[in-house]
Design a protein around this ligand. Structure first.
Ligand SMILES: [Zn+2]
Length: 498
């Protein structure tokens, strides 16, 4: 089985911030989890480099757009290892191989009769690189996202017959469909289609920084179509020497923020239908991370959570854990540095970190570091039953917070188990050696299983834990399904107190 997950490609003019980190981490958790399940995984991220804002910024700085894009793309490439993202490729839309493929796909759309010449007039946000309908525009024709005044633009360009796809899109977004998740977002897309679809502008006449339209050299493709196609084009050249499209297309999951819903749930599938390309399986739309005051993050409000501050202070694992733990993935939620510190102390250091050090210490102290090979505690086994299936099912539909909660319930169960069994008491009574064996073996097994399931969320700390616990593989498995026994090494604190 193959699994292909993508993040949006990030606009190269922006500075990397929490929103970029969020989607990237979520996609990475899915990719890592699927690899642990033995799936053939492809995880794609990258940068969106064309369009007016890049051309304008380059002009201001007196460099070419390509030079600006090269410089800014590096900041996003550097972000990936800091987040411990395991992306298989990083696409840049100024890559000539992408450009060639975009021209091929859109020429097919043109030749199929879905493109015609017309005049476009409308309210346009240069930062979104998008026209806004009257309904979408903010007060006094401002951009609802950027708050800046919209420009009234008029130009002759090529149009895509989006209206042709009214019915196919209604079907795609129908009540029983899981193409768009969660359901509220699907309903939003449906409502947009229900208004009646207007044809949309596919090209730009005024702009030079874009991919040339093969049948009209005076125009370039609208940056959004060039960008959306990255999900498809990348597979053709991401793996040296062969075209991986047959292995990985259609994509399993596109993860996106709700601000780009219209492009991904309406324009994108319509474009693929027009080109005769199979549709992706799912688009998962996550919410917005808000400031601690529940308002949109902004520098002027001083409520911005800086992912790099979290990484510097508490580590990448803490950032990854926090973002998928504190805000239900798919919903909006408040975030703050105080909340990060609090989760770190109470859950990572006290619950998981202490459990790990107590377990390794007790096996070392009472059994010379050898996990006893005995039958495991049946009651504990019952509380772990079906964990890997349940977590797999949840991660498989991008319910990353719910999956994490399933795992965390077992972390708490193991802490209760330590208190119930009180191995330090059992160790005082030689007649209870068998009970102590069973308690330590069960605890060690529980910690291994929890570590395996948390590995996708916190790759560094959990690798250290699994190594200390003598767990050799990374395959997900259920409690009691491992070989048992084995030796345990000393473990430095996983989440040291700050
Ligand atoms: Zn805007």
């Amino acid at each position: 089985m193959s699994f292909y997950v993508t993040t949006p490609i990030y606009y190269v003019n922006a500075a990397p911030h929490l929103g970029h980190a969020y989607t990237t981490i979520a996609a990475d958790v899915m990719a890592r989890h699927m690899r642990q399940r033995g799936e053939d995984v492809f995880f794609l991220t990258g940068t969106d480099e064309h369009g007016e804002p890049v051309a304008q910024a380059a002009e201001r700085e007196g460099v070419t757009p390509q030079e600006l894009a090269d410089r800014n793309a590096e900041r996003f490439q550097a972000l990936m290892p800091r987040l411990e993202a395991s992306n298989d490729f990083f696409i840049r839309t100024s890559d000539p191989r992408h450009e060639k493929r975009v021209q091929e796909v859109l020429t097919a759309v043109y030749e199929a009769g879905h493109v015609y010449k017309g005049v476009y007039e409308g309210w346009y946000c240069p930062r979104c690189a998008d026209f806004k309908t009257e309904a979408e525009a903010g007060p006094d024709h401002t951009c609802p996202i950027h708050g800046i005044p919209l420009d009234w633009e008029r130009e002759e360009n090529w149009f895509f017959r989006l209206s042709t796809f009214q019915e196919p899109l209604e079907k795609l977004l129908a009540e029983d469909s899981d193409f768009v998740q969660p359901r509220e977002r699907r309903n939003e897309a449906r409502a947009f289609v229900a208004q009646g679809l207007q044809d949309i502008s596919l090209t730009r006449a005024r702009l030079r920084w874009g991919i040339p339209v093969p049948w009209d050299e005076g125009q370039v493709f609208y940056v959004w179509f060039d960008a959306l196609l990255n999900y498809y084009t990348a597979l053709a050249f991401a793996r040296d020497g062969h075209d991986a499209t047959p292995e990985f297309w259609p994509a399993s999951y596109h993860l996106i923020g709700k601000d780009i819903l219209k492009f991904h749930t309406i324009f994108w599938p319509a474009m693929l239908m027009a080109a005769g390309i199979e549709l992706p399986e799912h688009v998962f739309v996550h919410g917005f991370l808000l400031g601690g005051d529940g308002r949109k993050m902004s520098k002027s409000l001083g409520n911005v959570l800086d992912p790099f501050q979290v990484i510097d202070e508490l580590g990448t694992d803490a950032l990854r854990f926090y973002l998928l733990r504190d805000v239900a993935f798919g919903e909006d939620g408040a975030t703050s540095m105080d909340a990060v510190r609090s989760r770190y102390e109470t859950e990572l250091a006290n619950e998981l970190g202490n459990l790990a050090s107590r377990t390794t210490n007790m096996v070392r102290r009472y059994r010379d570091g050898q996990v006893p090979e005995v039958e495991l505690d049946a009651a504990l086994a019952a509380d772990f039953a079906g964990l890997s299936g349940r977590v797999g099912e949840l991660v498989g539909r991008a319910s990353l917070t719910a999956a994490l909660e399933e795992i965390w319930q077992r972390v708490r169960r193991l802490n209760r188990y330590v208190e119930e069994q009180a191995p330090w008491q059992l160790a005082k009574d030689p007649e209870r050696a068998a009970d102590l064996d069973r308690a330590l073996a069960s605890l060690a097994e529980g910690v291994r299983v929890v570590g395996l399931h948390l590995l996708a969320y916190m790759p560094s700390a959990m690798s250290r834990l699994l190594e200390a616990m003598g767990e050799r593989g990374q395959e997900l498995r259920d409690f009691g399904a491992g070989g048992g026994g084995g030796s345990v090494q000393q473990l430095e604190p996983l989440f040291p107190k700050r």
